[in-house]
Design a protein around this ligand. Structure first.
Ligand code: NAD
Length: 474
């Protein structure tokens, strides 16, 4: 039987004003799955009104009280992890390890900002005797969080936890392709004690629910994670309304391997780029740049390992039909341009994987930097490799992209790793597998967007600083 998911507004399940529900798809079988409310302007209006009504009280509560409630939300995610993973599996086909990773991280966002909230405040500014000057971190009001389909719950929590911590209330608009986990999260948050209206979720398409949300006059800040074209559109909407926004967009990130690197670990990192969420990760390091003397060896080791990855076990399907077609179009264009993959380059045509949207893990070796597969974000299990002669060429290739989200550098020479980290235009650089976690700020340079999520930076992203200066002279 098909389950229907309603909006969650003002602490209640709310049916869509137009009575319409949109089907989701199970990409492991291409069969329709659950249905979710097709949100439109009246639903958005109702959700924003609920968020606006709840906001002053939420913001006035002591930080310790908001913190306690955010911990309760984290508890609820952990307690209901299996259910959240089931909802997410049904419309993404993600493999168990990936689901577990994303769900654990979702709870951790709430834990982290619940903790930070109690320790991180404004500051006092010394202006001499007879004065008291201090800053306060104040919320914007209602925040709109518009999120994509690739890491649905995780990306929602990445934005919601710091936004709520500061005292904003939120209307979340998940992707119409993967709405169930975010809708369920909002209900769980209410059940965990978050006051009605503090966290609302409205499902629906970008056009019918996303745009009315971004243009709503009571929305004071937008956080958007998604594609460059939609990000550009929403940036113009925000500019017109003079409201700030966070843009977390795409990437075509480099993974740079020098001959003196620990090649076992570097090869493992390249393989995990293909396997992790089937390459459908904005921060995937999909351009493998390898020093010429070890290029062929690294390529053959990576190709051998990715060919051993098992569909449905080590990696899942492409989450959407349109994205599946886009990956196949990239293969066709690469073929037309004369590029021959070392492995993959096609969907599965037999066995259980052929029933779903599974693409074979793919490596194109020694590609020309001008090819589309070398320049555009593919968002599938696809690596392109390029050899380089020296450090200068490695740097030039790493920066030869309109994106700037992430970079990884592998070298036995730590100083060289740090030199590249200094010169690569990206929001975060990992040298020799250095961890990038909730504590480390995340965001793009260039076309990968602006603003920062994660870390203390995200708390400031959702707060406006107020200065209060008092003369104590009588
Ligand atoms: P998308 O831009 O198509 O959609 C993202 C969200 O925006 C969805 O909720 C969608 O309904 C909504 N939307 C679409 N059109 C809209 C409009 N006109 N007005 C308002 N909202 C609208 O992106 P996608 O295809 O769901 O996700 C894939 C993209 O997201 C990739 O480019 C990927 O790199 C990027 N991404 C970036 C990050 C990051 O943190 N930088 C993380 C994950 C994904």
């Amino acid at each position: 039987m098909t389950t229907r998911h309603d909006h969650w507004i003002g602490g209640k399940a709310v049916e869509p004003a137009n009575g319409v529900y949109l089907p989701t798809l199970d990409p492991t079988t291409r069969q329709p799955g659950d249905e979710a409310a097709a949100g439109s302007a009246p639903d958005v209006h109702r959700a924003v009104a609920a968020a606006a009504a709840a906001q002053p009280d939420w913001a006035r509560r002591p930080a310790a009280e908001r913190s306690e409630l955010l911990h309760h939300v984290a508890d609820a995610i952990e307690t209901h992890a299996e259910e959240l993973m089931d909802l997410e599996r049904a419309c993404t086909g993600k493999v168990p390890a990936q689901l577990r990773l994303e769900t654990d991280m979702s709870a951790s966002y709430f834990r982290y900002y619940a903790g930070v909230l109690r320790a991180h405040h404004g500051r006092t500014i010394d202006q001499g005797a007879g004065t008291l000057t201090y800053t306060r971190l104040e919320p914007y009001g209602v925040v709109a969080a518009i999120t994509p389909w690739n890491l649905p719950l995780n990306q929602a929590c990445r934005a919601l936890a710091p936004a709520l911590a500061v005292g904003n209330t939120v209307v979340a608009k998940p992707s119409e392709l993967t709405p169930a986990s975010t809708l369920r999260l909002a209900r769980l948050a209410t059940e965990a004690g978050l006051p009605d209206g503090v966290l609302n979720a409205v499902s629906g398409t970008g056009r019918d629910a996303g745009t009315p949300l971004a243009i709503h006059p009571a929305v004071r800040r937008v956080v958007f994670t998604g594609s460059v074209p939609v990000g550009r559109h929403l940036a113009t909407v925000a500019a017109d309304r003079l409201i700030p926004m966070t843009l977390e967009l795409g990437g075509k990130s480099p993974l740079v391997v020098f001959a003196d690197a620990d090649l076992d670990r570097a090869v493992a990192a390249a393989v995990s780029t293909v396997a992790a969420n089937t390459g459908q990760v904005c921060s995937a390091t999909t351009r493998l740049l390898v020093e010429a003397s070890v290029h062929d060896e690294v390529v053959s080791r990576v190709a051998e390992a990715v060919e051993r990855l098992r569909p449905g076990v080590d990696f899942g399907p492409i989450i959407t039909e349109a994205q599946f077609q886009k990956v196949l179009d990239h293969f066709a264009q690469a073929h037309a341009a004369g590029a021959v993959p070392v492995c993959g380059g096609a969907p599965y045509d037999s066995g259980p994987a052929a029933r779903g949207l599974y693409v074979r893990p793919t490596v194109y070796a020694g590609v020309s930097p001008g090819l589309r597969i070398a320049r555009e974000e593919i968002f599938g299990p696809v690596l392109v490799t390029m050899p380089f002669a020296d450090e200068a060429e490695a740097l030039a290739l790493a920066n030869d992209t309109e994106y700037g989200l992430v970079a990884a550098v592998w070298s036995g020479d730590a100083a060289r790793g740090l030199r590249l980290a200094e010169r690569i235009d990206a929001g975060q650089v990992a040298v020799n597998g250095g961890p990038l976690t909730i504590e480390t700020p995340f965001g793009g340079f260039k076309q990968s967007g602006y603003g920062r999520e994660k870390g203390l930076e995200a708390l400031h992203e959702y707060a406006q600083t107020k200065t209060v200066s008092v003369s104590l002279r009588s």
